[in-house]
Write a protein that binds this ligand. Structure first.
Ligand code: HEM
Length: 427
């Protein structure tokens, strides 16, 4: 409980040094080659500051809503296919996983995974193998075991090789983009908000705001996958679920969307301006993130000095490892009225959350180490959900195992794997 109540104070005080599982990975393990120890999510101090500085412009400009919207026709096609196949419903988490991988590929690196077009495309398979490889704990931690394991197991060999294949892809994309921008800095004359993150990070380097080694750049690109893919995918899947079981909320969110995008029988791609006019939709996304925070803890950190919490003499000694249980914070009945219920109005201007003191809601963490990708993820979710709300009404199929409450998958990322949604066209 301590770490929950003291959350706000710790953030404003001295959390800095980070201790990680990463410390235990051998230098030559695939995961170390992929995301290293020198990415922005892991490093601390001056090194962290310099990386945040060079990444900040990419994450704080207006977001690429055009890129996100451009993926939606493929989503509609997939929904239509399931409607025509007689099944009538679609796996929500598979759909959002494919969508968010394509969104990340396009918006972060200008690369097409073709996940929506083909769930078995070469790069989707490669990416999945990489993630599966990291979940094989023993070979990942013990290189000697891995060596033997690879010798005997074709599956492990394929997963191992996939990591290096993805590494090569990221290096190639970065090298190519760097050369293009150095030769012709104005080459990418797209609107600033539609540029990919890699271009923006390299443009910041060209402007002299910092510099990247080849490895640092790759490790940070890798972190976008590890921090930004499943998180946004799960958030979208849960939001679909909560809107499905709360039809009144879905109707209200749709009314808001239609008041902005119009009620003609056609697909409309929301603009940046449109996306600012969805306060109720934002509340729904936030409430979904309260109930199902994709990261249910932050990374444990060591206090670099004694930290007095100003709570009647409670001091956290220097060198203590502290963590924040985001899930427990979001379900604390002393903070949230009926915490188990989906009530987006909590996040209204004068709603429950506005009356709280300190940090009581932190799906993206808080303070200096707050998630870099908040705006990116929220923009993506606004575009996707508004376009779905305009085109469809949705509910859980009558045989859904989630009717009495969400049933989690047993995987690493706590996705509602078996969640299916029945979409009915409005036009
Ligand atoms: C719903 C979606 C997301 C959630 C819930 C989420 C949550 C979080 C949380 C809780 C942290 C802090 C972790 C810690 O304290 O160790 C974090 C950090 C981070 N996130 Fe996200 N994230 C999301 C989407 C994204 C996306 C889309 C990206 C990138 C494209 C991203 C990039 C990062 C990075 C780079 C950090 C490290 C920041 C730093 O330490 O300075 N995240 N995220």
């Amino acid at each position: 409980m301590a770490c929950i109540s003291y959350f706000g104070k710790l953030y404003t005080k001295n959390m800095s040094n980070t201790t990680f599982l990463m410390d235990y990975f051998p230098e030559d393990s695939p995961i170390m080659q992929f995301s290293g120890r020198d990415n922005v999510a892991i490093i601390n101090g001056e090194h962290w500051k310099s990386q945040r500085k060079i990444m900040n412009p990419a994450f704080h400009r207006s977001m690429p809503v055009g890129v996100f919207g451009s993926l939606m026709p493929s989503v509609f096609e997939l929904i239509e296919q399931t409607q025509n196949s007689g099944e009538g419903y679609i796996s929500a988490s598979k759909l959002t996983r494919r969508l968010t991988l394509d969104a990340l590929g396009k918006a972060a690196f200008d690369f097409d995974f073709f996940a929506l077009k083909d769930e078995n495309s070469v790069w989707v398979t490669t990416y999945n193998q990489v993630l599966e490889s990291f979940l094989e704990v023993i070979p990942t931690f013990v290189p000697a075991v891995d060596y033997v394991y690879r010798f005997f197991s074709r599956q492990r060999r394929e997963r191992y090789n996939a990591t290096f294949k993805l590494i090569s892809l990221l290096d190639d994309l970065a090298d190519k983009k760097r050369v293009e921008l150095q030769q012709k800095p104005d080459l990418d004359n797209k609107a600033q908000n539609e540029k990919d993150l890699l271009t923006l990070m390299l443009e910041a380097e060209i402007r002299g705001e910092g510099s990247w080694t080849k490895e640092e750049l790759r490790h940070n690109m890798a972190i976008f996958f590890l921090a930004g893919h499943d998180t946004t995918s799960n958030s979208l899947a849960f939001c679909l679920y909560y809107l499905a079981i709360n039809q009144d909320v879905q109707t209200k969110a749709r009314e808001e969307v239609l008041s902005v995008l119009g009620n003609d029988m056609e697909d409309v791609f929301p603009t940046l301006e449109d996306c600012k006019k969805f306060p109720y939709l934002d509340m729904c996304i936030k409430e979904g993130l309260r109930l199902q925070p994709p990261a249910n803890e932050i990374t444990p950190r060591l206090t670099p000095k004694d930290t007095d919490l100003d709570l009647g003499g409670i001091v956290i000694p220097r060198g203590s490892m502290v963590n924040v249980d985001i899930q427990a914070l979001h379900y604390n009945p002393n903070l949230w009225h009926e915490p188990e219920k989906f009530i987006p109005e909590r996040f209204a201007e004068n709603g429950e959350h506005s009356l709280h003191e300190g940090v009581t809601y932190a799906p993206f963490s808080s303070g200096g180490r707050v998630c870099l990708g908040i705006n990116f993820s929220m923009a993506e979710q606004r575009v996707v959900l508004s376009m779905l709300l305009k085109k469809y009404e949705w509910k859980l199929p009558s045989n859904s195992i989630h009717r009495e409450g969400i049933v989690m998958g047993q995987t690493f990322n706590l996705a509602p794997e078996s969640l299916t949604i029945q979409f009915n066209n409005r036009y």
